[in-house]
Design a protein around this ligand. Structure first.
Ligand code: AMP
Length: 280
């Protein structure tokens, strides 16, 4: 497995693979890899001849008061995980390689990005779409792998690919959790032991919401209210949002019908965590 830092090196490698008739999968990440990322890489390795993992903490998707500087990084560990999983190449660029000084073009979206995480993170999805579009141009993958953990991101990327005719198949992958239910996240590392315990309220409250829907509750207000009450019982938790939206449009719905996404964002102390489930 190779680790490269420049766009040119990626292009040269992919060109060689293409000349051999090989297929290429891409797993975009911000690094500090865990089992969630590994599940994407495993799937990509199973479905493609070669797999590129990008490790890039993308400054463009962080707001001014967010955790760009403190975001955890450990390239040696990431490289070992990718190698073990059977990835062929890590693309680990510096921000200056991705954004030259006079960079001024962006990919923006009028729908899907205003609600949910877009409300508290207004510039986030413009940064995500722009960097993913660049990665698609650089790597030209056949398939790209995204986790349902970031459900809004998955929906946004699918929409971008359809709108802008990227010839890339987007593969959505299920949420990987710790044994006690907490969704795996690089940001879990910010939690002290007390907060780590409190963070279980995310998966616990969603489980409650899912049970209500599974037993026939169709009124989204009732489900949202039950989830909120469960979260409010936890003193270290502060709700950012609890929403139930149409899984295709991400617009709020009053009734549970067709595929709906129940998504929450909760501060545990200073750490903002997200989790969700989709009812088909
Ligand atoms: P990140 O490094 O947090 O930007 O995540 C990179 C990719 O891994 C995204 O597509 C995430 O949705 C996915 N991912 C992160 N955590 C998980 C998880 N617990 N289960 C499944 N996919 C995940």
């Amino acid at each position: 497995m190779n680790i490269v830092n420049t766009i040119q090196e990626v292009r040269e490698q992919v060109k060689k693979w293409r000349m051999e008739g090989l297929t290429v999968g891409l797993v975009p990440t911000m690094g500090y890899l865990h089992e969630g990322h590994k599940s994407l890489i495993d799937r990509a390795v199973a479905e493609n001849d070669r797999v590129v993992v990008s490790v890039f903490v993308n400054p463009m998707q962080f707001g001014p008061s967010e955790d760009l500087e403190s975001y955890p990084r450990d390239m040696d560990r990431d490289a070992a995980l990718c190698e073990d999983a059977g990835a062929s190449l890590i693309f680990h660029p510096e921000p200056s390689e991705m954004y030259h000084d006079d960079f001024s073009s962006f990919v923006d979206m009028n729908t899907l990005t205003g609600g949910l995480c877009g409300k508290t993170r207004p510039i986030h999805f413009r940064g995500v779409c722009t960097v993913v579009a660049k990665l698609f141009h650089i790597v030209t993958p056949d398939k790209a792998y995204f986790g349902q953990k970031d459900a809004q991101q998955l929906a946004v990327i699918r929409h971008m690919v359809s709108d802008l005719d990227f010839g890339v198949e987007i593969v959505g992958c299920p949420i990987i959790r710790e044994e006690d239910g907490l969704a795996k996240s690089s940001r879990n590392t910010y939690l002290n032991p007390q907060e780590r315990q409190a963070a279980l309220v995310l998966s616990r409250s969603l489980k409650l919401g899912k049970q209500m829907m599974d037993s026939g509750e169709k009124d989204t207000k009732a489900v949202i209210s039950a989830i909120r009450s469960e979260i409010e019982k936890e003193p270290l938790a502060k709700i950012d949002y609890v929403e139930i939206v149409d899984w295709n449009t991400l617009e709020p719905v009053e009734t549970v019908e067709g595929p709906v996404l129940t998504a929450i964002a909760v501060y545990i102390g200073k750490t903002r965590l997200i989790d969700n489930f989709i009812k088909q």
